[in-house]
Design a protein around this ligand. Structure first.
Ligand SMILES: [Zn+2]
Length: 125
């Protein structure tokens, strides 16, 4: 077996093979650099697990993220937002998804204020 060059993870100093990051930090780094891809894949696998239809293409989802302001929030507070289905009985497709903060997720019934029903978001910096 080719072990390659042994390096040390630049985040936790664990010895790693080949990459400069251990698998955990490599994944963390990848998520940080590819928040849309990461969210898209998470959403898709959640949909599958919950047996919900998933009709979003990556291109549609990327546009949704950009237009909804999701991108601006990335990495600021990962637990503060969620992607919500407007009609929970329906699957994931354009027109049935919106972004809510976890706080506003508890107060459904609020009238949409914009095309994507994006609540006021207070980014801490
Ligand atoms: Zn590490």
């Amino acid at each position: 077996m080719d072990k390659g060059i042994i390096k040390i993870c630049s985040k936790c100093s664990k010895p790693v093979i080949g990459l400069g990051l251990c698998p955990k930090h490599y994944q963390q780094d990848w998520r940080k650099k590819n928040p849309i891809s990461y969210t898209y894949h998470t959403l898709k696998s959640n949909a599958k697990r919950r047996d919900k239809e998933f009709y979003l293409t990556f291109g549609q989802f990327r546009n949704f993220c950009i237009e909804s302001g999701y991108i601006k929030m990335k990495g600021k507070n990962g637990t503060s937002f969620s992607i919500d289905r407007i009609d929970p009985e329906q699957g994931y497709y354009l027109g049935n998804i919106r972004i809510l903060t976890l706080a506003s997720n508890g107060t459904l019934g609020v009238k949409p204020e914009s095309k994507w029903n994006v609540p006021d978001i207070h980014v801490p910096f």
